[in-house]
Design a protein around this ligand. Structure first.
Ligand SMILES: [Zn+2]
Ligand SMILES: [Zn+2]
Ligand SMILES: [Zn+2]
Ligand SMILES: [Zn+2]
Length: 355
């Protein structure tokens, strides 16, 4: 007689999720203004509205000579931005997948971080400016002469005035008298006010910096290169996961597949040792329930297994595990709805939530 395996109950799943979920998210959804937030006060009974039951079929497979893993792409950054990147140095240690909170499985590797001289500017930090890197240019107001025409005398150096003179016949004539322009003392020119008489001003392009900051390195003369490295997960068996849920796992499908690998050694989930045994007759009594979606997932699993068997270089592994899958539909008092997914048995399961 088959023994029906035990699914974890909603309380256990909800508790496990509570411990795992970011506390600030829980507090945001459940906290009461003015009251001290206490995680123990959030109970499944109060917030789980519905439980969906299904199953997850899971097997692993070997992928022959992995499509020549191309060398990790080099990424570049400069000193002003490198501090905004979080690097990882795992040493020789491994990481427990379930404790890995980041979405990505590859991260910037600290050991790959290298400093190099910028080849765009030769490490100077600057590139050529129109001023031939002198930092100065000809004054445009005085065209480099340093002097400008005096406005008072229009460059003449002299001004003149008419003196009216009347003769014996009563006729009037004007006698012109000239004198030195008092604003330029007869020179006709004044020092240029833009360049203070030097004929030169700071280069408008580089503002006197004798070069333009290199766009490549931001003016520092160096840049950093690094590559992304894979997180060394503990149970990295080198095997790929094939996961077939009867209910949609959405974005968690891949992650949960990887986490299942960690609980395999202690799980008491249903193990199917022959792919042909993936039938309702065998699965239903062990699982304790069955439906059309489970049947569809079984069909997809069998099909994939057989395809992999026929594909040169790949080798699907037995057994196929059948885990109970429970999805808790939850709603907080504030009306926030979210789901908690649990795959596994009462003995060991993995869970994720969308809060
Ligand atoms: Zn540069
Ligand atoms: Zn003058
Ligand atoms: Zn000038
Ligand atoms: Zn310049």
């Amino acid at each position: 007689m088959p023994v029906t395996i035990k699914s974890p109950n909603a309380d256990e799943i909800f508790d496990a999720y509570k411990q795992k979920a970011p506390k600030k998210d829980l507090e945001k959804a459940y906290g009461v203004k003015g009251a001290v937030f206490n995680i123990d006060q959030i109970t499944a009974a109060e917030y789980v509205q519905n439980v969906q039951k299904g199953c997850v079929l899971y097997f692993q497979y070997k992928e022959g000579a992995k499509a020549s893993k191309e060398a990790a792409e080099e990424l570049y950054t400069d000193p002003s931005k490198v501090g905004g990147i979080t690097f990882y140095d795992f040493g020789t240690a491994n990481v427990q997948r379930s404790s890995w909170k980041k979405k990505d499985d590859t991260v910037p590797g600290y050991k790959t971080l290298k400093e190099a001289s910028c080849d765009k500017c030769g490490g100077n930090g600057y590139t050529a400016c129109d001023c031939k890197n002198t930092g100065i240019q000809k004054c445009s107001k005085c065209d480099g002469k340093g002097v400008m025409q005096c406005n008072t005398c229009k460059g003449e150096g002299t001004l003149s005035t008419d003196i009216p003179v009347i003769d014996a016949q009563g006729a009037k004539k004007n006698v012109s008298k000239s004198y030195n322009c008092p604003d330029c003392f007869g020179n006709g020119t004044r020092l240029c006010t833009d360049c203070d008489g030097t004929g030169k001003v700071l280069c408008s392009k580089c503002k006197g910096m004798k070069g333009l900051p290199c766009k490549e390195c931001g003016g520092t003369g160096i840049y950093y290169s690094y590559t992304m490295i894979p997180v060394p997960f503990k149970s990295a068996s080198g095997l790929e996961d094939a996961i077939f849920p009867s209910l949609k796992l959405g974005k968690f499908e891949k992650e949960m597949g990887k986490e299942l690998e960690e609980i395999l050694p202690q799980t008491d989930a249903i193990t199917v040792k022959k792919i042909e045994d993936l039938t309702q007759k065998i699965i239903e009594p062990n699982l304790g329930y069955f439906d059309g979606a489970i049947k569809t997932a079984m069909g997809a699993c069998q099909k994939q297994f057989k395809t992999l068997e026929k594909t040169p270089g790949t080798k699907p592994q037995l057994p196929v595990w059948v885990f109970p899958l429970l999805i808790l539909d939850c709603k907080t008092k504030k009306g926030t709805t979210f789901q908690v997914y649990a795959i596994g048995t009462e003995q060991s399961f993995v869970c994720k939530g969308t809060l």
